[in-house]
Design a protein around this ligand. Structure first.
Ligand SMILES: [Zn+2]
Length: 257
C-alpha cells in the first residue's frame, strides 16, 4: 500500500508565500486521509542537510526562526519516504516548504532545503542505492535539483516538458521506456500545472496516469523503490484531488502493493 508521510506541524503557516498558505495542506489531508495510511516523521539532522547544502546556506535558513524547524522536518519527511521506498513501501511525503528550487548555496521559489535531493544524497551516502532517477512533474523546472546533481554519474534529473497535455504524458512514457538500471525512483511531485492552477495544463485524471506510469516503471526497473515529495500546487480547491489521483495511480500500478 502507498503510504503518506506527514506531521501536523506542516499545517503551520511559516511565511506569507503561497506554499505556506493556510488551508493548503488541509486540502490534501481532507482528500487522502482514510484512503491512504499516514505515518509520522522526524526532523532531519543538520549533517543530513549538509550532504547537499553549503554551511553558509544552512546558516542563512537557520536565521529564519519560523521556517528552519519546518524545513528540517520536511527534509526528515523526504528521508523517511526514501527509506520506506527501499523497504518496498511506496511513500508520498506530504511536506512543506517545498525543495526543488534549492541549490547548494542559495534557494528561491518558496524553497529552502532541497528535500528530495537530500533524501537521495543520504541514500547514496548510506550505500543503499547507486543509481537514482529523479522525475519532476512540477510546472517549474527544479533548477536546484538539476544544479546539485549536475555531472553526477549516480543521479539523473528529468523535468517533464511543457506542451499539450497528451504530449506531456506520451513524452513521460517515451522517456521511461528508454530508461533502465536504477535502484530507486524519486519524484518531485508538484501539482501546479493543473488546468485550475498556475500552469493551466493538466486534468486531475492526468495525475492518475502519471502516478500509474511512475509506479509501473519503479516496479519494472527500480525494484519497486519509489517515493515522491510534494513541491508546488496552489489552488486549494483542486490540490487535494490531484494528489489523491496521483496516489491512486501509483497504488493501482500493481496489485503487489
Ligand atoms: Zn512549481
Amino acid at each position: 500500500m502507498v503510504k503518506v508521510v506527514f506531521d501536523e506541524a506542516f499545517y503551520r503557516v511559516y511565511s506569507s508565500e503561497p506554499a505556506a498558505a493556510p488551508g493548503r495542506i488541509e486540502s490534501v489531508v481532507n482528500e487522502v486521509r482514510g484512503v491512504f495510511e499516514f505515518v509520522g516523521c522526524e526532523p532531519a539532522s543538520e549533517s543530513d542537510v549538509l550532504l547537499v547544502h553549503s554551511p553558509d546556506h544552512v546558516k542563512s535558513v537557520k536565521g529564519l526562526d519560523d521556517v528552519y524547524p519546518l524545513a528540517l522536518l520536511a527534509v526528515g519527511g523526504a528521508i523517511k519516504a526514501a527509506k520506506m521506498a527501499l523497504e518496498g513501501e511506496p511513500a508520498f511525503a506530504l511536506i512543506r516548504p517545498p525543495g526543488h528550487h534549492a541549490s547548494r548555496s542559495h534557494s528561491w521559489g518558496f524553497c529552502y532545503f532541497n528535500n528530495v535531493a537530500i533524501a537521495v544524497a543520504k541514500m547514496l551516502s548510506l550505500k543503499r542505492v547507486e543509481r537514482v532517477l529523479i522525475i519532476d512533474f512540477d510546472l517549474h523546472f527544479g533548477d536546484g535539483t538539476a544544479n546539485i546533481f549536475s555531472g553526477s554519474n549516480n543521479v539523473e534529473y528529468f523535468h517533464l516538458p511543457h506542451g499539450p497535455r497528451e504530449r506531456q504524458l506520451s513524452s513521460l512514457k517515451a522517456f521511461l521506456n528508454a530508461k533502465e538500471g536504477y535502484d530507486m525512483l524519486a519524484v518531485s511531485a508538484g501539482f501546479d500545472r493543473h488546468k485550475e492552477d498556475w500552469g493551466g495544463m493538466l486534468m486531475t485524471g492526468d495525475y492518475y496516469e502519471i502516478g500509474k506510469a511512475l509506479g509501473e516503471f519503479s516496479l519494472k526497473k527500480c525494484g519497486g523503490a519509489i517515493f515522491a515529495a510534494l513541491e508546488g500546487g496552489y489552488n486549494h480547491a483542486v490540490l487535494g484531488k490531484n494528489v489523491r489521483a496521483f496516489l491512486e495511480g501509483l497504488q493501482n500500478a500493481s496489485r503487489w502493493w
